[in-house]
Design a protein. Structure first.
Length: 59
C-alpha cells in the first residue's frame, strides 16, 4: 500500500508545479502590473515539477 501512495504523489508533482507557478505568476503580474510573469512562473513551475519527479524516480 505504501508504493501506491508514492506513485500517486509522483503523478501529482508536475501538475502541482504548474498550478503553483501559474498562480504565483498571476499574483506577481497583478502586483507589478506586468503581463509576462505568469508565463515565466508557469514555465519555471513546470520545470520544477519535472525536476522533482526525476529526482524522486531516481531514488
Amino acid at each position: 500500500m505504501n508504493d501506491w501512495g508514492r506513485y500517486v504523489g509522483l503523478g501529482m508533482l508536475p501538475p502541482a508545479g504548474v498550478v503553483v507557478g501559474y498562480f504565483s505568476g498571476r499574483g506577481l503580474d497583478q502586483l507589478f502590473q506586468t503581463h509576462f510573469l505568469t508565463v515565466t512562473c508557469l514555465l519555471l513551475g513546470a520545470a520544477g515539477g519535472l525536476y522533482a519527479l526525476v529526482r524522486e524516480v531516481q531514488k
